[in-house]
Design a binder for this molecule. Sequence first.
Ligand code: SF4
Length: 88
Amino acid sequence: MAVDFNNAVKTDEGALVNGIVMNPIVEQCEGCGRIEAFADSKFCGTYPQPAAKWRLGNCNFATHVKTETKAKGKVNPLKASKRAAKKK
Ligand code: SF4
């Protein structure tokens, strides 16, 4: 659910929305589709502390970061075993 900045109040730390302090986005967030502009600053519409989302790697909510998955498909262990046996 996206944060509604219509009733937000600007504070020294960022923006106060429904009692939650929203911190401005960090450099890694640039290009993300969840960025919301409010009072000449940019905020994340999903998470109040963007810096924390990037602390341990890529933000899992980011729309601009593509994660590479190995699309190998499932391997049936029984068939794999038979294939291996044929090779011998
Ligand atoms: S979803 Fe993640 S990358 Fe996007 S603005 Fe929010 S914290 Fe930044």
